[in-house]
Write a protein that binds this ligand. Structure first.
Ligand code: NAD
Ligand code: TDX
Length: 344
């Protein structure tokens, strides 16, 4: 299947972190028409699409994936759909899970329903390695059962079950990717790496949950987008594809690397109360994706240096949104919950 096979792609959540990188990739791949549907929640911003909004091939629609009318308009004439739109922060899901069910589960079902009605040729749903739950040793293949352990992961797993139900019940040509922890430019400063960088740049500490020995596999955002592209173009409908990086690090090692890169004092790393139900480790086996010809290109030290350089240069991007999002978040949610969560 050649890349030119798609005439028009709908990218939901395209004004978010990974979705905005994917919009740039799709344009670079020569797709003649790219529709972005995004609700512009606290996590989305047109600034993330600043380089491409004037491109005549791009049509941006502000709207909700849980709204059938908005989805019908956005999906009209599309031969492929890539669903990035989601509530994505585990800590928020522990405080307000309803929003996660609404967007991640109900919203996905609305997209599936419209895709079926319109006869979309390929529906790729972006999921996460968190659906497997914690993997204390070794790595999991796509055939392992899903054992999500926090509300975010539960909502992503529930969405996946609907995606596969539309394949089994109606033959909708679906694909699912389960990516590992992703980092890079344009990631909201609520997530660990940009939170740590922006805290160090503003003289604040890095809040490290628990003993800091929780382990994640870190994937540079452009590698993640190339992996999704590979699955969209060459994947087999009805299948899930794990995406790993082979760059496992305990959180404390990530914090120390950032302290070094930013020339901060090691005392800037402060242990705080743990996240409840904090998954100890994630690790996926991505040989199915490797067989399609993909491999990660950016190693962690290189990707981290690029990311730090971007945040250093783009205070304009993160400063106001960081303060506004954190102020609203803490004002709304933290009364009575200080016992488990700490101000960054
Ligand atoms: P993000 O939070 O940066 O972006 C999410 C985007 O979705 C935002 O632009 C937001 O405005 C939009 N959105 C939210 N609710 C919406 C709704 N109801 N309708 C339309 N748009 C809506 O997230 P991200 O980190 O870019 O993650 C993108 C996808 O990748 C998610 O599905 C996430 O589960 C998955 N994922 C993320 C990671 C990671 O480490 N960031 C890893 C694996 C998988
Ligand atoms: O302040 C913090 N201190 C800390 O120690 C924060 C925000 C996080 N952490 C820890 C928790 C995790 O072990 O760092 C690790 C990474 O945390 P997050 O950036 O919140 O990511 P995680 O919970 O692992 O989930 C991420 O990866 C899978 C994304 O947010 C999800 O959207 C994705 O699906």
């Amino acid at each position: 299947m050649s890349d030119a096979v798609f005439r028009r792609i709908l990218i939901t959540g395209g004004a978010g972190f990974i979705g905005s990188h994917f919009v740039r990739l799709a344009l670079a791949a020569g797709i003649p028409s790219v529709v972005v549907l995004d609700k512009l929640t606290y996590a989305g911003s047109l600034l993330n699409l600043e380089e491409v909004l004037d491109d005549p091939r791009v049509r941006f629609l502000e709207g909700d994936i849980a709204d059938p009318a908005a989805v019908a308009e956005a999906m009209a004439g599309c031969d492929a759909v890539v669903n990035f739109a989601a509530e994505t922060h585990v800590d928020r899901s522990l405080l307000e899970p309803a929003a996660f069910i609404r967007t991640n589960v109900w919203g996905t079902m609305v997209l599936l329903e419209q895709a079926l009605r319109l006869g979309v040729g390929r529906f790729l749903h972006v999921s996460t390695d968190e659906v497997y739950g914690e993997v204390l040793s070794g790595s999991v293949s796509e055939d392992e059962p899903l054992r999500p352990r926090n509300p975010y992961a539960a909502s992503k797993a529930a969405a996946e079950h609907f995606v596969f139900a539309y394949w089994t019940s109606y033959g909708l040509p679906v694909l699912v990717t389960r990516g590992c922890n992703t980092y890079g430019p344009y990631q909201h400063p609520e997530k660990f790496i940009p939170l740590a960088i922006t805290n160090l740049l503003t003289g604040r500490p890095i809040p490290l949950y628990g003993d800091g020995l929780h382990e994640r596999d870190w994937l540079y955002v452009e590698d993640h987008c190339r992996a999704i592209w590979t699955v969209l173009v060459r994947g087999e409908p009805g299948q899930a594809y794990n995406i790993g990086a082979g760059q496992h690090r305990p959180n404390i090692a990530v914090a120390r690397a950032l302290v070094r890169l930013l020339g901060a004092d090691p005392s800037a790393i402060v242990h705080v109360a743990d996240r409840p139900g904090h998954d100890r480790r994630y690790a996926v086996d991505w040989s199915r994706l490797r067989a399609l010809g993909w491999r990660p290109m950016v190693d962690f030290e290189d990707g981290l240096a690029r990311t730090v350089a971007w945040y250093r240069a783009r205070t304009d991007w993160w400063s106001a949104r960081r303060d506004a999002a954190f102020a609203a978040y803490y004002a709304r949610n933290y009364q009575g919950r200080e016992g488990y969560r700490n101000q960054p």
